[in-house]
Design a protein around this ligand. Structure first.
Ligand SMILES: [Zn+2]
Length: 368
């Protein structure tokens, strides 16, 4: 650093900077703690320039509103070309949000534009992920959970029969995915699923010319609006005499496990799933005696059923451990097993049912 000795031969540019230095130094003197005069004008000017650049950058990054950037983008001709009719058609044919399709059309679409919902026209395949439930997958695709059950035979009896990696058929509309059998006619199929023949014929995906079109066994039809009846699962339980020491239920139920509800009660899942850590306690929701304890092959995995002697039975499924035997008397709140992921299940949870005279009731109506 040169002290009290500014260069005598400074040129015009330096003198401009020097004047700037004098002006700026008066303002900066209040803030700076060093001896301004001890610095060369050129050196200090470069310092000031640097400070100004930093302030400018900070101001731009902190103050620039998002709208400002967007209007800049619209000014640039390359960033926002007029969508060609072909591009619009390709997005329409894609059937989904234009955000997923590539090309310049995406950039021109302002985030504030409401993209109209266009119905899907084709079947999608979805691979089951950890923690998935039929209900959750249905929400993802904006269809009813029943539609997923009625288009994937493994789930038809039991929507808990999900396994990570399973590939599921996702219909474009609510209804049934029907595999054509020998002897099927459109009239029969329409009657079976409670729809009109023309609903099936008019659905483009089916490629049917008329109500008399020939059907090829083994091929599939989409039945829009079709429904299948609910068939409850049957588990053979203890049928013998009620044990003498059998406790009677109080008629009030306590939570059988601590956790969070991962799947609620709906037409195809007449139970609740309580997500919890593997091995966490499962307790008797009410007093009673055990009528089933062991492995169930229909998808419940390790299962305990307790009869409460008052018309109610409770089901505890997918257990990792069972601590009771058939005929055991259990008091409300006593531990009967551990939360698991047995059977076909996408993660540890307790599948819990309350049945009154074998009709599944919504457990949330009993648990408080
Ligand atoms: Zn369940």
């Amino acid at each position: 650093m040169q002290e009290n000795n500014p260069p005598a031969d400074h040129d015009a540019e330096a003198s401009v900077l020097a004047r700037f230095y004098h002006a700026a130094s008066r303002h900066l003197a209040a803030f700076a703690d060093f001896d301004l005069k001890a610095m060369s004008p050129l050196r200090l000017a470069s310092h000031i320039a640097l400070v100004l650049v930093i302030i400018g950058v900070l101001a731009l990054t902190q103050l620039q509103p998002p709208e400002w950037r967007m209007s800049n983008a619209l000014v640039l001709p390359d960033a926002a070309p007029t969508p060609t009719p072909e591009a619009v058609v390709s997005v329409a044919a894609y059937g989904g949000s234009s955000v997923k399709s590539g090309g310049p059309l995406v950039r021109s679409a302002a985030p504030f534009t409401t993209i109209p919902h266009r119905p899907r026209t084709d079947i999608l395949t979805y691979e089951v992920q950890p923690g998935d439930t039929v209900f959750g997958i249905a929400e993802k695709f904006n269809i009813k959970p029943e539609t997923i059950m009625w288009s994937n035979p493994t789930l038809e009896q039991n929507p808990d029969m999900l396994r990570i990696g399973d590939k599921l058929v996702i219909l474009p509309v609510d209804g049934v995915y029907h595999k054509i059998k020998k002897g099927d006619t459109l009239a029969k199929i329409a009657k079976k699923y409670k729809v009109k023949i023309e609903d099936i014929v008019n659905f483009e995906w089916n490629h049917l010319d008329s109500a008399d079109a020939a059907l090829t066994p083994g091929e599939h039809l989409i039945i829009p609006g079709g429904e299948k009846p609910y068939v409850p699962r049957v588990v053979s339980v203890y049928q013998g005499p009620i044990p003498k020491n059998a406790k009677k239920g109080s008629g009030s139920f306590v939570w059988p496990a601590s956790g969070y509800i991962t799947q609620g009660f709906w037409n195809g899942h007449r139970a609740i799933d309580i997500g919890a850590w593997l091995g966490s306690p499962v307790v008797a929701s009410d007093s009673g005696y055990v009528v089933f304890a062991g492995w169930d092959r229909t998808g419940y995995g390790n299962l305990v059923i307790i009869d409460h002697g008052n018309g109610y039975r409770t089901y505890y499924a997918h257990l990792s451990a069972i601590f009771v035997r058939v005929g055991d008397s259990v008091a409300q709140g006593v531990r009967i097993g551990s939360v698991g992921s047995t059977g076909r299940s996408t993660g540890p949870h307790l599948h819990f049912e309350i049945r009154y005279r074998n009709v599944q009731r919504n457990p949330l109506g009993f648990l408080h």
